[in-house]
Design a protein around this ligand. Structure first.
Ligand code: NAD
Ligand code: SER
Length: 312
């Protein structure tokens, strides 16, 4: 049975990954770590700043950890408002996790990358897995660094680091943490509360997106994939759906009356540097990736769950 540490475990993805892992590997075997205190009982929890290698080593040893899902990060939009913090948490924090893992003999570390690893020179449609990586955000730079560091630790030390390049993740349980794709979650809340939404991206800004159940499926499938099948390791494209804010608005309007105004801000420039859709054939070939949700299925499920959650 695995002993798993999930850093940044109180965030958007951690809030749903942790229950999934606990069902699979046992409640007590999955420890949530975060720099903030939980607002409610989240089961086994440690307060941990991922920039502090000695503290990470202590947590790994005290809890007999063999697997880490390293989710602690500063996302793209927040990262452009404070690039120094993004560098510190995303690059120094990852280095501390890798070093702590190497020194304590951790077996596997899952490190999500992002579509932010790409940049303006990258082909925008059906973006190949292996292509130009020249991001212009500190977040994107940290993601390319993470992909390369992970590969380095695998080849040099045999530390099994793996990762997918997540697109924008849409979910209803926990709010997103400051990304360029957060509009796609915010739109649902405004629609269901009957409020007008002002979208910070252009109406035609198409980006790759994914519903949370597929995001959990992807990272856990890759974690359990036989090592000998993997040609890539830390940098898998995964595609589920691509849409613009206007297309999402139209789909939500099939369920509720809703008004959206488009007033792009600094986040539009970030979106402009990212792909519209991804070629995920490497993930399909090497570990059997296949998404379950398209735009229609995602919107239906989001509306049903948010109606229940918000009591509307
Ligand atoms: P999030 O912002 O919702 O959660 C990140 C968590 O990290 C927060 O709970 C925060 O308190 C914690 N944290 C921040 N600094 C920390 C520190 N110094 N030490 C410990 N914890 C710290 O992020 P998320 O959406 O859950 O993303 C998880 C991972 O997936 C990140 O690597 C992110 O880059 C990646 N990713 C997410 C998306 C998305 O759309 N959500 C898309 C692509 C990639
Ligand atoms: N959803 C993420 C962001 O917008 C992509 O990594 O930052």
């Amino acid at each position: 049975m695995r002993r798993i540490l999930v850093t940044g475990g109180l965030g958007q993805i951690g809030s749903e990954l942790v229950p999934y892992l606990r069902d699979k590997y046992g409640y007590e075997n999955v420890i949530v770590a975060d720099i903030r205190e939980p607002g409610e009982d989240v089961g086994p929890f440690v307060k941990l700043d991922v920039r502090r290698e000695e503290d990470i080593i202590k947590v790994i040893r005290e809890n007999d950890i063999d697997t880490i899902y390293h989710l602690a990060a500063i996302l793209s939009a927040r990262g452009e408002q404070n690039p120094q913090l993004a560098f510190d948490v995303n690059i120094r924090g990852l280095y501390a996790i890798l070093e702590a893992g190497r020194k304590t003999g951790v077996e596997r570390i899952m490190v999500p990358s992002s579509i932010a690893a790409f940049g303006p020179e990258t082909p925008k449609n059906n973006t190949p897995n292996d292509t130009i990586l020249k991001p212009r955000t500190m977040y994107g730079i940290s993601k390319v660094t993470g992909e390369l560091l992970g590969l380095y630790y695998w080849e040099k030390y045999g530390l099994d680091v793996r990762g997918v390049r997540y697109p924008g993740i849409i979910s209803w349980k926990a709010p997103p943490g400051g990304g360029t794709t957060d509009y796609a979650v915010e739109m649902f809340y405004y629609a269901l509360k009957g409020e007008k939404y002002t979208c910070f991206l252009r109406e035609d800004a198409v980006l790759p997106m994914m519903y949370m159940p597929d995001a959990i499926k992807a990272i856990t499938m890759l974690a359990e994939a036989p090592s000998e099948n993997l040609i890539h390791r830390t940098d898998f494209n995964i595609q589920a759906m691509s849409f613009s804010p206007r297309e999402l608005e139209e789909e939500i309007k099939k369920y509720v009356d809703f008004e959206v105004e488009y007033r792009p801000d600094y986040r539009q420039k970030i979106a402009d540097s990212w792909p519209r859709s991804l070629d995920d054939s490497a993930a399909r070939r090497e570990w059997g990736w296949k998404p379950d949700y398209d735009l229609q299925a995602m919107v239906k499920d989001m509306i049903e769950n948010l109606r229940r959650k918000l009591g509307v």
